[in-house]
Design a binder for this molecule. Structure first.
Ligand SMILES: Cc1ncc(COP(=O)(O)O)c(C=O)c1O
Length: 376
């Protein structure tokens, strides 16, 4: 039995995921948090911090910064300077701040996590979109379409890496192409790497965009957090890494007076997550990879539903267009399954399924998925 087989019951907790369908027999496999408890080392660090009893304004301790630096170096071979880090209460904040900090139009690739589509609008920026291409069952960049989508006024490229929802862990070659594209078009690349600790394939590695070359670093804003990997998004602790001093100043100016401090519990959890949770993380990845395989087999068994391999994240992106449903999200809810509606990601007729849950819950959810497909 795995430590992930019997997670705490979230039904009567403050969970947004479970609260949405309170009192209804609908399994919530939508918003992207997992049902698992945080790693024991994180819970211990939080308990120690709470026992201290004082919760005044806090900043990142030298031990926290050391934990982040060591983690980035060990995991990704990425050596950063402490002063490149800008602490944030969340990555969505970071996406919105990036849109305000960089003058010009914004480019992003769909389907994509909805705040990529709303942040430019909230910041008074025009959004240009390019569609990722799914060829031979694999999501990829269409270089011509990318170039065509980038106008002369485009200055910011929002990259999702690994990509939510299509589950790709972009390869070195793909990232090099994107870096060359950014260079040729003079774009700042804001790379959202929140899912970087969730690479499920043993033969793949996460390569931070900024680690490609000094040129890529200079035009980069990397957004990261321990929140997805260690399941602590409710603690609101994230950071941007911005190597270029002038770009960092612009980013900080755009935050001024609006973005609050990171809370002290988030700092404590982040330090422990990056430093003390290697074994827990390895077990998590094995468990999620097993869940991923079950989802892939279940989807494969249904006529009218298909998905591409999920290399990273705990999110499956499922094409249900052939089922011919007028309102797919409603249909799956009617069969006891709460999924994310692809329309919000710019892709009607697709559904996103979060498999960051206990295997018994997933088995029940997949049985409901099959019943829903057959009833379409
Ligand atoms: C790509 C991506 N960025 C950002 C977030 C949310 O970040 P935060 O909760 O730190 O604002 C998510 C959550 O699902 C995500 O998938």
């Amino acid at each position: 039995m795995s430590l992930f087989d019997a997670p705490p019951d979230r039904r009567d907790s403050d969970s947004i995921k479970w609260g949405k369908y309170a009192g209804r027999d609908i399994l919530p496999l939508w918003v992207a948090d997992m049902d698992f408890a945080a790693p024991p080392a994180v819970v211990d660090a939080l308990q120690r911090r709470i026992a201290h009893g004082v919760f005044g304004y806090g900043g990142p301790s030298p031990a926290l910064v050391e934990s982040v630096l060591a983690h980035l170096d060990d995991e990704y071979g990425w050596a950063i300077e402490p002063q490149w880090i800008v602490w944030l209460p969340g990555l969505v904040t970071g996406l919105n701040v990036a849109c305000r900090a960089v003058d010009g139009e914004v480019l992003t690739a769909t389907p994509v996590y909805p705040p990529f589509l709303s942040a430019p609008r909230f910041s008074g920026r025009k959004l240009n979109r390019v569609e990722l291409a799914c060829r031979g069952g694999r999501w990829q960049w269409d270089k011509n379409a990318l170039q065509n989508a980038s106008t002369a006024a485009t200055r910011l490229f929002l990259l999702c890496h690994p990509h939510n929802p299509v589950g790709r862990c972009w390869s070195t070659d793909e990232l090099r192409d994107l870096a060359a594209f950014a260079e040729a078009n003079d774009l700042i690349v804001c790379s959202d790497e929140i899912h970087c600790g969730l690479i499920l394939d043993a033969d793949k590695r996460h390569i931070p965009f900024a680690s490609l070359s000094p040129e890529a670093a200079k035009r980069s804003i990397t957004l990261m957090a321990p929140s997805k990997t260690y399941n602590i998004p409710g603690l609101g602790c994230a950071f941007a890494v911005i190597p270029d001093a002038a770009l960092r100043r612009r980013f900080l100016r755009a935050m001024d007076g609006i973005v609050p401090h990171v809370n002290v519990l988030g700092f404590a959890a982040c330090e422990a997550a990056y430093r003390d949770c290697g074994d827990w993380h390895r077990e998590l990845i094995a468990y999620l990879a097993g869940n991923r395989d079950l989802v892939a087999a279940a989807v494969d068994a249904e006529n009218g539903a298909k998905m591409s391999p999920v290399e990273a994240t705990y999110l499956a992106w499922i094409d249900v267009r052939e089922l011919g449903l007028a309102d797919p999200a409603r249909h799956f809810e009617a069969h006891g399954l709460g999924l994310s509606d692809g329309t919000d990601f710019g892709a009607p007729g697709w559904m996103r399924l979060n498999f960051g849950c206990a295997r018994a819950t997933l088995a029940q959810a997949l049985a409901r998925f099959a019943a829903a497909c057959r009833a379409a």
